[in-house]
Ligand binder design. Sequence first.
Ligand code: 13P
Length: 261
Amino acid sequence: MATERLPIISGNWKMNNNHFEAIQCVQKLAYLLQKEDFDAVEVTVHPPFTDLRSMQTLIDADQLRIRLGAQNCHPEEKGAFTGEVSPVFLAKLGVHFVIVGHSERREHFGETDEFVARKVAAVQKHGMTPILCVGETLAERESGVALDKVRHQVRVALEKRSSDQVKSMVIAYEPIWAIGTGKNATATDAQEVVAAIREEVAAVVSRPAAQSVRIQYGGSVKAGTAAEFMRQPDIDGLLVGGASLDPTEFARIVQYRRHAY
Ligand code: 13P
């Protein structure tokens, strides 16, 4: 991994942890992580919307270096969108990172590449950092179109963004068949796709953007596999689902250098 890209490890809690559980989880995580961990790795947690206010209060009061993230937002700032959450509200709550285009949103809620591109723009407009998720299905991998699929997702999401905007964002490569299944992509397979994502960013946006954008791997990451992914030259971080619900396991993932086994 190029030294100028600060590693970023993110916990996507999905629809888990009410606001009481969220506080306990983050307090324990903060207790387990030391200053040198935060100096080496940017750590973000993405609880459900209903937890954000409690988390913001905790992070502020205890001056934690854990960065607050959301799992989604709507591209519009306000209006008749029942049940949706505005990026303006998230920014007001001290949210720094917003996951956009997670495969579960694309699959269960019909989010298209174009809709995801609007979210990327909205998140950046309000001073937050998007974590843009891309990834292929098992059928796409088996039929040899994984790279085409992922490159297309990247292109549609980024083609209207400036070089500086893309430099500051995060992309997460999450092969859908590896999410929640216990199946990892091999680190070499993940590296191959992540390198292709970087090439696509160079082609669609700019070479400097491709060199600066941070790219995570996600899909059944555990403490035992984190270091292997992080050793890959183009992988700058991890987007962790299930294992981020256990603060001990998640702390060990953040401390992947110490727990490389
Ligand atoms: P798991 O780590 O549970 O496979 O989830 C990955 C993911 O979807 C993170 O966004």
